[in-house]
Design a protein. Structure first.
Length: 543
């Protein structure tokens, strides 16, 4: 094969770059990082394929969760926008008919007029990437292939516009974005590691994401949103997408260490791999949906590609850049600040340790039959309204050898009348020997509620008491018994949902079942203690 002339080599390089985002990065890397070698691997290739799918219009909502250090900002906020504008230059004068005649699979006419809003938790970070992108586009390498001019009066660090009316703008998460609508909204790291634990900070970001971002699209039916971030909290923006918008989003998740139970599937084709029929199973208490095998025609089944190439448990995501000793060093760093929770979130993209948080999944021992218990309590946690939290009743028993048994759980989102009906029906099903332990709100409203519920539960052993201390403090004694191997659970359909919530605690969205279980356990401990009580119609109010 003859050597290519310099002119032919440039044409080949240009063609490769236009055909493939990863090649565009490979050839253009030196323009921004002349002293750093470009490193790639399966993770980088997978992210690039998903961004290409957005460019083709195959997907419009993309969420990518990857660990820190995986070139995500350079790819998503620097090279990908420059690549789309380059494709627009190539197709500027063509028509779709001409493209089809030439054998092109897609026509990208107009991409250089795309308007791109880039957001991060700090505007300075989004501005940094806008400047890098502009440096790439105005550089000699890019201009030799795809000449783009900028308007002189619209060429600032935080906003610049080309002569084809395409522009880029930097913004911070939470900003108004008034008057600006984009063909692309790129959200890169919407939460700060330092502030992710702040409920107020998270809620502000979530409010912006839910109320401001949806109004900032140039064309509602065509514009795309790309979110790329490491997980920091179960209730971060990724958590909102997973819980409430999963049907709209393509979700690529790549943990640092492979977890077979959390293998990722998406609709984006993978070279050399056939699609399979899978079903996404989602429980509201789980941090991630689970994929299970399905058959064509099964309700909810989708034709998807396995995106994670790894097969061995704990196999590393990018061993060339993050070998085992580097990963262990990262783990120690995360643990020193945020414990195993931070490690699970930022490295594994699953904001709860694999076995659980305060409660470990493997510490619960299943039994098929209810063991004989010397005392039984159902602990209640009452929701304030029928939206959001659940009203939950967790039934615990204690055996003669001091083992704690999860016997049953009921829950409801309903009106006050429906809740009272549930509590009455549950008490009747439990029988008179089971204590019903109910939290009492402080103040006059709490007294009125006690009177109402006491009247509903005439004849049953009902005990009311105020909640004291933090939720974590109330849950800790039961968690200690779990860790010691003293907790059993009767096998039932509610087990998975309850365990998912317990293992996420205290970082999960819900804690109603944990509160109910904590209350029941505390009441069990007091069963053999002589309490100073007043008794009326079988109702005990703990003073």
């Amino acid at each position: 094969m003859r050597d290519l002339t310099p002119g032919d080599a440039r044409k080949l390089e240009k063609a490769l770059c236009e055909d493939n985002l990863l090649d565009f990065m490979r050839f253009g890397w030196h323009a921004l990082e002349p002293g750093v070698d470009f490193m790639t691997g399966p993770a980088i290739e997978t992210m690039a394929r998903h961004l290409e799918a957005v460019t083709r219009g195959d997907i419009r909502h993309l969420l990518m969760n990857v660990p820190p250090g995986f070139t995500k900002s350079m790819m998503t906020n620097v090279f990908w926008p420059a690549w789309e504008w380059a494709l627009g230059v190539k197709h500027r004068s063509c028509t779709k008919t001409e493209c089809k005649v030439a054998g092109a699979e897609h026509c990208y006419r107009g991409l250089d007029s795309h308007r791109i809003i880039s957001c991060s938790y700090e505007k300075t970070l989004a501005t940094r990437d806008l400047v890098r992108c502009r440096d790439l586009i105005t550089g000699e390498w890019y201009q030799a292939h795809w000449p783009i001019e900028f308007k002189e009066d619209e060429n600032q660090k935080t906003r610049y516009e080309n002569t084809a009316t395409g522009w880029r703008q930097a913004a911070s998460v939470g900003s108004a974005l008034t008057g600006h609508r984009g063909d692309r909204v790129v959200i890169d790291d919407p939460h700060s590691v330092k502030t992710a634990e702040s409920e107020a900070e998270r809620n502000e970001s979530l409010r912006w994401f839910g109320e401001t971002v949806p109004t900032r699209f140039n064309k509602q039916a065509e514009s795309a949103i790309v979110i790329i971030m490491q997980r920091l909290h179960e209730q971060d923006i990724s958590g909102r997408v997973i819980r409430e918008m999963a049907e709209d989003y393509t979700h690529l998740v790549l943990p640092m260490e492979f977890e077979p139970d959390n293998c990722c599937y998406t609709v984006v084709p993978v070279p050399g791999r056939k699609p399979v029929w899978m079903l996404r199973v989602k429980d509201e208490a789980d941090p991630l949906p689970r994929w299970v095998k399905a058959k064509k025609g099964d309700a909810g089944a989708v034709h998807v590609y396995r995106q994670d190439w790894r097969t061995e448990d704990s196999e590393l995501l990018w061993p060339e850049r993050f070998p085992a000793h580097s990963v262990e060093s990262l783990k120690r760093a995360f643990r020193s600040e945020g414990g195993t929770y931070a490690e699970a979130a930022q490295l594994q993209q699953r904001p709860v340790p694999r076995g659980g948080g305060m409660f470990q999944r493997d510490d619960f021992q299943y039994v098929d039959r209810e063991p004989e218990c010397i005392s039984v309590v159902r602990g209640w946690d009452l929701a304030a309204s029928k939206k959001g939290d659940w009203t939950v009743g967790v039934k615990l028993g204690m055996t003669a050898d001091k083992q704690v048994v999860f016997l049953d759980r009921v829950r409801l989102r309903g009106t006050p009348g429906e809740v009272r009906a549930l509590m009455r029906a549950t008490a009747e099903q439990d029988g008179h020997q089971v204590v019903q332990s109910i939290p009492q709100d402080p103040g006059q409203a709490g007294k009125a509620q006690v009177a109402q519920l006491a009247a509903d539960l005439h004849g049953f052993d009902v005990r009311f008491s105020l909640e004291s201390g933090q939720k974590e403090d109330r849950a800790r004694p039961l968690a200690a018994q779990c860790e010691a191997g003293n907790v059993l659970m009767v096998r039932s359909e509610w087990n998975d949902n309850l365990l998912a919530e317990y293992c996420l605690f205290p970082g999960g969205l819900f804690d109603d079942q944990v509160d109910g279980g904590s209350r029941a356990y505390h009441e069990l401990l007091k069963m053999n203690v002589r309490d100073d009580v007043s008794t009326s119609f079988g109702v005990r109010i703990i003073r």
